[in-house]
Unconditional design. Structure first.
Length: 350
């Protein structure tokens, strides 16, 4: 008999088609919780960044106009630090708001996607409210998991950057002395050192790639979720790497194409409007002309966030389910949780 399929995947060891198809089916069947929550979170994030950007530009409008006037003068001099400092402070504040908001938004959406996947695997209905209530308490654990994984992965990355920097510096010094062979040797040494040092970072990334799913499905803390991921990935490192990279590539290419199309449309509109400006437009006129372009760019970014924050976490969650089916006989427990007749003793479900 074929394996039972109460939800988006058959309850058996999953192949590549089952994982990718299950992720796409989850997006299709649960459009409200998936796209609704992701759009709300990243819409709020985009609005927050937009407000921070507008506030920063409003706060330094006079300094920016002054610098533009200085640049237009024939005898323009380098601006003093006191004139540039407000612009630097405004830029740093906007970047800080954007980074903190992005970390929170990504963790919230990832928790929501994995929560939806729990219902999708079992074929249960899900609403935005129910998903939100169950996902929100897991956001701190996901943030902690991401930070710890990033810090651990940075350990081999730092030597890689050192090797690369030494190679580039040696190449520049050798090129200055017209020694092409020595410069090429330095470049090769830097690239080789970079590749050798970056391999452990990739290995660690794959080793802990299932930690978010463990944090949500099993309600584990960051450290225990990372240990759980290491246990599940052991012996299946290459399949986990291949499927994860393929999911990331699919989402990145799709988001990139959409963003490029919207960027071209916005740039064409801005250039058309800029043709109507005079020879000496003011700052307000320039901002009004390019405001449409900025809005289109932000819409493209929002769509990119939606794609890249929904599909890969669903794929990662299904890889987690697949590993537990293979190693812990999870399929009978899932069938029982879905209301199907019991088949055999199994590991606890999620």
């Amino acid at each position: 008999m074929p394996p039972p399929k109460p939800g988006v995947i058959p309850l058996k060891p999953l192949g590549l088609g089952d994982v990718l198809g299950g992720a796409m089916a989850t997006i299709g069947r649960y459009k409200g919780p998936v796209m609704g929550l992701a759009a709300a979170v990243f819409g709020a994030y985009t609005l927050l960044v937009g407000i921070a950007l507008v506030a920063a530009l409003s706060g330094v409008a006079d300094q920016l106009s002054h610098l533009i006037d200085l640049a237009d003068r024939p005898d323009a001099q380098e601006p003093a630090w006191e004139e540039i400092r407000p612009l630097v402070i405004a830029f740093v504040l906007v970047v800080a708001v954007a980074l903190i908001g992005y970390v929170l938004a990504v963790a919230t959406v990832e928790a929501a996607m994995l929560t939806v996947l729990q219902d999708a695997v079992l074929g249960r209905p899900a609403t935005i409210g129910s998903v939100w209530r169950r996902a929100l308490p897991r956001v701190p654990a996901l943030i902690g998991t991401s930070l710890l994984t990033g810090l651990i992965a940075m350990v081999p990355v730092l030597p890689a950057l050192v090797f690369f920097s030494i190679g580039m510096a040696g190449a520049s010094a050798s090129a200055a002395g017209d020694s092409d062979e020595v410069a090429g040797a330095f470049v090769g040494l830097g690239m080789l050192g970079f590749l050798v040092a970056i391999v452990p970072a990739v290995w660690l990334w794959v080793k802990f790639s299932l930690a978010p799913a463990a944090a949500v499905f099993e309600k584990q803390g960051p450290v225990r979720a990372m240990r759980r991921s290491s246990q599940l990935v052991r012996g299946r490192w290459w399949p986990v790497l291949g499927i994860s990279m393929l999911a990331g590539l699919i989402s990145a290419v799709t988001a990139g194409v959409i963003q490029q199309v919207l960027s071209m449309i916005g740039l064409f509109s801005a250039m058309t409007a800029a043709a109507d400006l005079g020879t000496d437009p003011g700052l307000s006129e320039i901002l009004s002309v390019f405001s449409v372009y900025i809005v289109v760019i932000m819409v493209g970014q929002l769509i990119g966030y939606l794609i890249q924050s929904t599909f890969p976490p669903l794929v990662s969650g299904l890889i987690y389910v697949d590993q537990r089916i293979r190693k812990e006989n999870l399929a009978p427990a899932l069938a029982e949780s879905a209301g199907l007749p019991p088949q055999a003793p199994a590991a606890p479900g999620f």
